[in-house]
Design a binder for this molecule. Structure first.
Ligand code: DAK
Length: 257
């Protein structure tokens, strides 16, 4: 796949997408966001891929949206370029998306991380929303996903001070799943992706949808939706395979059907 600002490596059943503007700390230009959403749409449609790692490489995840691109934009230009629609589509990826974060994940970079399902952080990771220092606020979900994940007070601290938190503090806040030595981050994320790729894909997809639904709906609606997905999965070959494999004391082999 020919992209300039992201690198895509498929090693079925997993794929790794690497943000690739190292000279500007992977600042998220409109071109990069366009390529990232296109790459993820391709991977979503690729049946050989069952889990994806998203990383910025060994040094930095992403230092935010490209300030050079935004500095002189008017409000109307911001609106009419409809960047928002593109950013939001990242959250609609249907397969497990695992962020492997080394170094800075700031502003839009942190918001992209917050759209992932699991986060492996290197000890060097620094996560934050410095937008306040630029006279703006987060525009791709930061003010909403931080409090839903880390609670009101941690969110206020990050949002109002603009100061990043360390990987260790992010772990305490429950905003990352694991902290590992920086040189291991991508490998650990890939290992996790391979483990998830062995699970029944339809059940994985429905489990992901169900958890995300918890952030969108009242409990009764979430429970009703969960139950429907539960019943639906009994129409899949993978449910029959999973249960019979258990009864026959063998490992299930899942096809996503
Ligand atoms: N944009 C553009 N260039 C950036 C950049 C950024 N966000 N971050 C770093 N760079 C560039 C630097 O300008 C520098 O370029 P040269 O001078 O070498 O040409 C190069 O990357 C290396 O950076 P530094 O020299 O600054 O490196 P340091 O190690 O000294 O400092 C730093 C690293 C991460 C602390 C520092 O670079 C920094 O503070 N960067 C800015 C962080 C920031 O404020 N991020 C938030 C940006 S606002 C939207 C949705 C979301 C957003 C916008 C719209 N819509 C839905 C429409 C999101 C907004 C944001 O993220």
């Amino acid at each position: 796949m020919g992209y300039e600002n992201v690198l895509v490596e498929i090693d079925a059943p997993i794929a790794t997408v690497t943000l690739n503007r190292p000279k500007v700390l992977n600042a998220l230009s409109p071109d990069l966001i366009r390529e990232l959403t296109a790459a993820l749409a391709d991977l979503d449609a690729d049946e050989t891929v069952r889990a994806v790692v998203l990383t910025g490489g060994p040094k930095v995840f992403a230092a935010g949206a490209d300030i050079g691109d935004m500095a002189d934009r008017s409000a109307v230009e911001q609106l009419s370029r409809d960047q928002t629609g593109r950013w939001i589509s990242l959250a609609g990826f249907s397969k497990p998306l695992i962020a492997a974060v080394n170094g800075y994940a700031l502003g839009g970079g942190c918001e992209v991380m917050l759209m992932c399902d699991l986060v492996v952080a290197g000890e060097t990771a620094r996560l934050g929303q410095p937008e306040i220092n630029l006279g703006i606020i987060p525009g791709a979900g930061g003010t909403q996903r931080w409090p839903r994940t880390a609670g009101k007070y941690a969110a206020m601290e990050v949002m109002l001070s603009g100061a990043p938190v360390t990987a260790e503090r992010a772990y305490e806040l429950g905003i990352v799943n694991k902290v590992v030595p920086a040189e291991m981050t991508i490998e650990v994320a890939k290992r996790l992706a391979r483990q998830l790729a062995e699970k029944p894909p339809l059940a994985v997809r429905m489990a992901k949808e169900a958890v995300l639904k918890a952030f969108e709906s009242p409990l009764s609606e979430g429970l009703a939706s969960e139950r429907k997905s539960f019943y639906f999965l009994f129409a899949s070959e993978d449910q029959k395979e999973g249960m019979h494999a258990f009864l026959e004391k063998r490992k299930g082999v899942f096809k996503g059907r």
